[in-house]
Design a protein around this ligand. Sequence first.
Ligand code: SF4
Length: 214
Amino acid sequence: MTGDEKNWLLEQRAQRCVGHLAKHRFDADYLPTTAEVMDKVKPLLAAATTVGFGGSDTIRSMGIHTLAEEMGKELYDHHRSDLTYEETLAMRKRQQGCDLFFTSANAISETGEIINVDGIGNRTSAMGFGPGRVVVVAGYNKIAPDLHAALRRIREVAGPMRAKSLGVETPCAVTGVCTDCNSPMRICNITTILHRKPMLTEVTVLIVGEELGY
Ligand code: SF4
């Protein structure tokens, strides 16, 4: 398979996913590059005063935090290294009522559902209700054929890789295999599925034609 054919196939899959997300009332779009994502989020940032961030390598790697800061926005980012425990807790709570909340997804089904797991719950809670708008940015690698495959992707890929990146003491961070553990550091205590757009929350979903995050 040549690069062109591979890109064509990935785009077809991403476009099918976007079509199903749109049927589910999400404001969904396919953008080939992260540069186009940045162009798309600029006006959303301009209209916001407060901007919250769920823990996401995808969002951080794109530079959205930096752009928001440069635009003079008030950032609710609990990953800042200068924060005390109490301050990180306050950030997580403020995310629930921010104007604009950025996150990625652990998996998105081609059939149009958005699936996430969380250890604490600030990210999964904010995705359903609270912020004025939620923006989900996900690389094409997050797309799974259906809901069942999406949940499996989280157990087999996203969970172990995220646990490893966070350096938490869980079985999957050592062996790469999920054991449905009882670790106090378990990163998947809560699972949420956005089957359709939540009634009182605007949700923009941007599927990117690049491999991003886990
Ligand atoms: S349940 Fe435990 S072992 Fe499985 S992915 Fe989550 S943290 Fe890792």
